[in-house]
Design a protein around this ligand. Structure first.
Ligand code: ADE
Ligand code: ZN
Length: 353
């Protein structure tokens, strides 16, 4: 009997050309997700269940070939769908429950997720309460760390005190800079980022997505971050790649997001393998599954199908996620040992044809 190598994925997804054994391997790998916007992760099915007439099945932006090349259009789709839902802390709890159930089903054990900090001022809910709602939704077996995401021009008016207060919120693990990357990074950012690190927070920044390698350099040198969100365009300047290697920077990458937003032309031409070979620690995440209709296992499968990632390379990605995770050493080692055992087994298995 001829066995097709093409696994048919659920409706509205591309056929993922990977052997069933590789699909099983990906599922079995303990995984992390370290670049996930909670509002952008709201399951579309939840919106449909809530208001079936307002949210049609298979929206155009979910089509795998659909490209959203302008940040503003992407943001409009994201916020247009997320903001009607996220109106109070209970909605953050309910949304996060549905998001994390998907992680559990995919053998994901550690998640770093950010929420839009501006939501706290227009909803009039302190950041600590939103973080508590998200953390309360974490199921057993899934470690969740909450970050706040802010815009490059957010430090004004009421937001100044809100941002300054984050350093004292013990249920918030860190901060991220997101939104329109082409805006200048204002002088307050370096000061605040330094203060956050002094208070024990992890500092991240989106860079090298809608703007070039210089923004990655800026995030590393001026902001002092060692966690770049995306970094896809650092490849445009070999000196920036070298800088990231020398400073031990991690790139939390989202290959499907990068393709759908036109940041890279295809998975095959995504720079992630070049970065890994150069010595940058890369992880993979979904970014905004509400918009891209992707899952974490889709990301691994896309790299296997589109860039011919081997089980050893996929295992490396999973390993990298636990290496940077905010977990105790014993907990990390437990997952790293599982990954290594699975990779060793895969290395011995005959190659799937
Ligand atoms: N906010 C949510 N997703 C984002 C992305 N991919 N880039 C910048 N800001 C974002
Ligand atoms: Zn992002």
């Amino acid at each position: 009997m001829r066995v097709s190598l093409f696994m048919k994925s659920p409706a509205n997804k591309t056929k993922t050309a990977i052997p069933p054994s590789l699909k099983k391997f990906i599922q079995a790998l303990p995984k992390t997700e370290t670049h996930l916007h909670v509002e952008g992760a709201l399951p579309y099915e939840l919106l449909r269940k809530w208001k079936p007439k307002e949210y049609p099945a298979n929206p155009a932006f979910h089509a795998p070939r659909h490209r959203i090349r302008e940040f503003e259009r992407f943001d409009k789709i994201l916020l247009g769908h997320a903001l009607p839902w996220f109106t109070n802390a209970d909605r953050y709890y309910e949304g996060a429950k549905a998001i994390f159930a998907k992680h559990t089903a995919q053998n994901v054990h550690y998640v770093e997720t950010s929420f839009h900090l501006a939501a706290t001022t227009f909803l009039k809910i302190p950041p600590r309460e939103i973080a508590a709602a998200i953390l309360a939704a974490a199921p057993r077996g899934l470690e969740v760390r909450v970050f706040v995401g802010m815009l490059r021009n957010d430090y004004h008016g009421d937001m100044r005190a809100v941002i300054d207060g984050i350093a004292g919120c013990d249920n918030i693990t860190g901060v991220d800079l997101h939104g329109l990357e082409t805006l200048p990074t204002e002088p307050w950012t370096a000061r605040v980022w330094k203060r956050m690190r002094a208070a024990g927070k992890i500092t991240k920044a989106h860079a090298g997505e809608f703007d070039g390698a210089a923004r990655v350099r800026e995030a590393i040198v001026k902001l002092g971050v060692t966690r770049i969100q995306h970094g896809a365009r650092a490849i445009e300047d070999p000196d920036v790649v070298k800088l990231a290697v020398d400073r031990g920077v991690t790139f939390d990458m989202c290959p499907i997001s990068n393709v759908r937003l036109g940041v890279v032309p295809s998975i095959r031409r995504h720079p992630i393998r070049a970065y890994m070979r150069a010595g940058i620690r890369c992880t993979v995440s979904t970014d905004d599954p509400l918009v891209f209709n992707n899952t974490l296992t889709d990301e691994y499968a896309a790299l296997a199908a589109g860039a011919k990632f081997t089980p050893a390379e996929l295992a490396r990605l999973a390993r990298n996620g636990f290496e940077v995770a905010s977990l105790c050493d014993a907990h990390k080692q437990h997952f790293l040992d599982q990954i290594d055992a699975l990779a060793a087994l895969a290395a011995k298995a005959p190659k799937a044809k």
